[in-house]
Design a protein. Structure first.
Length: 503
C-alpha cells in the first residue's frame, strides 16, 4: 500500500515544515512495526519549495491469517484461498488507516512540540493514493471528500488495459488537493474515509470504535451530508453501534449550535415565515411554557427527566426560586455535554449545591426521584417504545410521584404545516410515535385516573384553528381523591374551549 502527502512552501513557511508536523525528519528513512506488517516513511523530495512524504505499508498477509485477522466485513471469515490471494497488500484499506494512526499519531492530534504554532495553520496539500477500493464508485469518492474542502480527482482503474471491454474495476486512483485544510484535518479525513470507501475492516469492530470515530471526526463529521453512510460503513453496519454513534453525533451537533439558531433534536424542521422578524424558535417557546407551568405550581425542587443537553436545567438555575434541580438522562454522553454547558467544574459552591446530574432510565423505578415538587418530561415520551410506556408511567406517576408533572410532546396533526417535512414522516428518526391531540389527551386522562392526578392541556406555539399547536402540553397535579379529572385550556378544533372527560 502506498500513500503520499505533498506540500509547497513560501518564503516565511518552508515546505519542509512537513517534517516537523509529522515528527519524521526528511533526511531519514524510518521503519515501524505495525499489527499488519511494516510501515516505511521516507521523503522522495524535500526542500523549501516542495516536500513530499511517502508512507509505504508492507502487509504480511500470512501473518494476518495466522493471528486470526484474516477476516472480512464484521469479522466473517473469508474463503480459504481468499485469505492468501487478495488485494490487501496493494489497495488502501483499514490496514493503511491503522498505519496512519500509528505512525503519524502526533500529527493526527495536531501536536507539534518543536513548533506549536504551525499545526493550526492551513497549507497547500496534495494527497495521492494510487489504488483505493471504492464501493460506490468515483461518484461516492466525490460525495465524501468534496464537502470537506477537497478538490477530488478519482480516476477509475481498468480491470485490464489489454481488454478494455472488460470495463473498470472497483478501484480508483485518488488525488486530493486543498489550500484550506491543516495537515491534522487531512489525516483525520483519510483515517476515517479510507475504510469507509473500502466498506470493510480487517478487525472486529467493538464499542471502542464509536469513541474513536467521534474523536477523529470531531469538527467535521457531525455536519457532513453523508455522516449516516460514513458512520454505518465505518462501524461495519453493526446497527447497535451505528445508532449509538448517530445519537451522539446529533447531540454534538446541537451542542455546537446556538439555541436561537436551531431547534432541538425532535423539532428540527424549519418553519417558513413571510415576516422579516425572526420568529421565536419552538424549542424556546416550549421551554418558556414549561417554566410558566412550574412557576404556577410553586415548585422549588424540580426533576428534568430526559434532560439531554441540559437547556432546561440551565434555565432553571437562573431562577433562585428553584432550590434543587436534578437532571436525569440515560445517556452519559448527553450528561457530559450538559455538564460542559452548565460549567459545573467552575460553578460556585452555593450554585453547585442546587444542581445534580444523574444517569438513569425511566423504564425502572428510582428511589432518587422521590419527594420532589415537580417533574418535567419535555419531548421524552415519543422516544419510548409504546410497549414500554406503562413502565415509564409507573416510574414517574406511581413511584416517584411528584406533586406536579409537566409533559410535552409533538402534535402530529401539525406536521402538515411543516413544508419541508415529507408527508407521513415523523419529526425525528428516533420518534417511536407521534400522537394526535385526541390520542394524547386520552393517554393523559388514563394516566391521571390511574394514579390520582388531575390534568389540564395547554397549546405550545401557534395554535392553528384546524390542526392545533405544534407542541401539546399536559400539566398533571396530584388530586385529593383517587379519581383524576381533566380540563383543557386553549382552543379546540371548533375554536372554542371545552371540558374533556376522562377516558
Amino acid at each position: 500500500m502506498f500513500l503520499t502527502i505533498s506540500t509547497t512552501g513560501s518564503p516565511d513557511r518552508p515546505a519542509t515544515d512537513l517534517g516537523f508536523l509529522l515528527h519524521k525528519h526528511p533526511d531519514k528513512a524510518q521503519s515501524f512495526s505495525t499489527t499488519c506488517g511494516r510501515a516505511h516513511v521516507f521523503y522522495p523530495e524535500a526542500d523549501a519549495d516542495r516536500c513530499t512524504v511517502a508512507l509505504l505499508l508492507e502487509v504480511d498477509t500470512v501473518a494476518l491469517v495466522k493471528r486470526g485477522r484474516g477476516k472480512g466485513r464484521g469479522g466473517a471469515p473469508d474463503a480459504a484461498l481468499a485469505q492468501y490471494v487478495n488485494d490487501r497488500p496493494y489497495a488502501a484499506s483499514s490496514l493503511l488507516s491503522v498505519a496512519l494512526g500509528n505512525v503519524f499519531s502526533s500529527a493526527l492530534r495536531g501536536v507539534c512540540a518543536a513548533r506549536p504554532a504551525i499545526p493550526g495553520l492551513p497549507r497547500p496539500l496534495r494527497v495521492e493514493v494510487p489504488a483505493l477500493p471504492a464501493r460506490g464508485g468515483a461518484a461516492l469518492v466525490h460525495r465524501l471528500f468534496e464537502p470537506l474542502g477537497w478538490t477530488v480527482t478519482a480516476d477509475p482503474v481498468p480491470l485490464d488495459t489489454t481488454f478494455p471491454e472488460w470495463g473498470d474495476s472497483r478501484y480508483v486512483r485518488l488525488v486530493l488537493e486543498s489550500d484550506t485544510l491543516t495537515l491534522a484535518e487531512a489525516l483525520r479525513h483519510l483515517y476515517v474515509l479510507l475504510p469507509v470507501l473500502d466498506d470493510a475492516k480487517h478487525y472486529w469492530v467493538s464499542p471502542d470504535d464509536v469513541d474513536k470515530l467521534l474523536r477523529v471526526g470531531e469538527g467535521w463529521l457531525p455536519g457532513h451530508p453523508e455522516h449516516r453512510l460514513i458512520t454505518s460503513r465505518y462501524l461495519t453496519r453493526r446497527w447497535s453501534l451505528t445508532r449509538q454513534a448517530l445519537e451522539r453525533l446529533e447531540l454534538v451537533r446541537l451542542a455546537e449550535s446556538d439555541d436561537s439558531d436551531v431547534q432541538e433534536i425532535d423539532n428540527a424542521v424549519a418553519e417558513e415565515t413571510e415576516t422579516e422578524e425572526k420568529p421565536t424558535p419552538l424549542a424556546v417557546q416550549r421551554r418558556d411554557a414549561v417554566l410558566a407551568a412550574l412557576r404556577e405550581a410553586g415548585a422549588a425542587r424540580v426533576l428534568d427527566l430526559g434532560c439531554g443537553q441540559g437547556q432546561l436545567v440551565q434555565a432553571l438555575l437562573r431562577d433562585p426560586a428553584y432550590t434543587e434541580i436534578v437532571g436525569l438522562d440515560v445517556s452519559m454522553r448527553a450528561l457530559t455535554i450538559a455538564s460542559r454547558r452548565l460549567k459545573l467544574d467552575r460553578m460556585g459552591e452555593r450554585q453547585a449545591a442546587r444542581v445534580k446530574l444523574l444517569q438513569g432510565s425511566l423504564a425502572y423505578t428510582d428511589r432518587r426521584l422521590k419527594g420532589y415538587d415537580a417533574a418535567v418530561l419535555s419531548e421524552v415520551i415519543e422516544h419510548v417504545d409504546l410497549p414500554r410506556l406503562p413502565a415509564l408511567e409507573y416510574a414517574v406517576f406511581g413511584a416517584a410521584r411528584p406533586r406536579t408533572v409537566v409533559v410535552t410532546t409533538p402534535n402530529v396533526e401539525y406536521n402538515v404545516r411543516w413544508e419541508s417535512l415529507p408527508a407521513g414522516h415523523v419529526r425525528h428518526g428516533d420518534h417511536r410515535f407521534e400522537w394526535t391531540r385526541d390520542e394524547f389527551r386520552a393517554w393523559a386522562a388514563k394516566v391521571a385516573e390511574r394514579h390520582g392526578y388531575t390534568v389540564e392541556f395547554r397549546p405550545v406555539g401557534p395554535d392553528d384553528p384546524e390542526v392545533g399547536p405544534p407542541t401539546q402540553m399536559a400539566v398533571f397535579h396530584t388530586g385529593t381523591t383517587g379519581t383524576g379529572s381533566t380540563r383543557t385550556t386553549g382552543t379546540t378544533r371548533a375554536g372554542t374551549k371545552k371540558e374533556a372527560k376522562a377516558a
